[in-house]
Design a protein. Structure first.
Length: 169
C-alpha cells in the first residue's frame, strides 16, 4: 500500500476565522487579524468525534473529513473506522460502504444460519434464519438462539418430540 499524501483544505470561513481540516484527521482555525493558528480538539459524543465549526455548526468529524478528501463521498454513505478508534479519523483509516451493503451486514440475512424444526411424525421444516424460525414457533429470537447455542438445557421448545437444530451444510 502506498503512503497517502496528506494535505489541508479550507472548510469554512467567517468574519473572524478560517477553519481548516487536515486529511490526517485534525482540525484547526486561523484568526484572520493575527494569522494565529488554533488547534481544535472537538469532543466525543456517542462514540464519534464532533467538531464545532462557526457559531452554530457541530458536525461529525469523520463525515467532514470524508466530504473534503474522498472523491466518491455522498450524503448517506456509511463510514467505518478500520481500527475502531474514534479519535483516529485520518482518511486512510476509513472504509466507505453504501447503506445497502450495511443492511446486508446487519439485517435479517446477516450471519443467518438455516434452522430445521422436525416435529414428531412430520417432515422437517427448514427456515432460512433464527428469526424466521422463532416467529413460526411463537417465541422470542433470543430464546431460540440460546437454545440452539446450548446456553439452556431444558426448554419449552423441545416438547412433544420436537427437534430443533441448525441445518448442516
Amino acid at each position: 500500500m502506498t503512503p497517502y499524501e496528506h494535505f489541508s483544505c479550507r472548510i469554512h470561513e467567517s468574519d473572524r476565522y478560517i477553519w481548516y481540516a487536515h486529511s490526517s484527521g485534525y482540525f484547526y482555525k486561523i484568526l484572520k487579524s493575527t494569522q494565529k493558528r488554533i488547534d481544535l480538539k472537538g469532543h466525543v459524543k456517542e462514540g464519534d468525534l464532533v467538531i464545532k465549526i462557526g457559531s452554530d455548526k457541530a458536525l461529525l468529524a469523520k463525515h467532514l473529513i470524508a466530504k473534503h478528501f474522498y472523491r466518491k463521498y455522498y450524503p448517506g454513505v456509511c463510514i467505518e473506522l478500520i481500527d475502531g478508534n474514534p479519535r483516529n479519523i485520518s482518511i486512510e483509516n476509513m472504509r466507505f460502504y453504501s447503506m445497502r451493503l450495511h443492511g446486508k451486514h446487519t439485517g435479517h440475512l446477516s450471519k443467518s444460519r438455516a434452522v430445521v424444526i422436525k416435529d414428531f411424525k412430520k417432515d422437517p421444516i427448514r427456515y432460512r434464519s433464527v428469526r424466521e424460525a422463532a416467529k413460526a414457533l411463537y417465541c422470542s429470537y433470543q430464546t431460540l438462539l440460546d437454545y440452539l447455542n446450548g446456553s439452556v438445557r431444558k426448554s419449552v421448545l423441545n416438547k412433544w418430540g420436537r427437534k430443533i437444530y441448525y441445518e448442516v451444510i
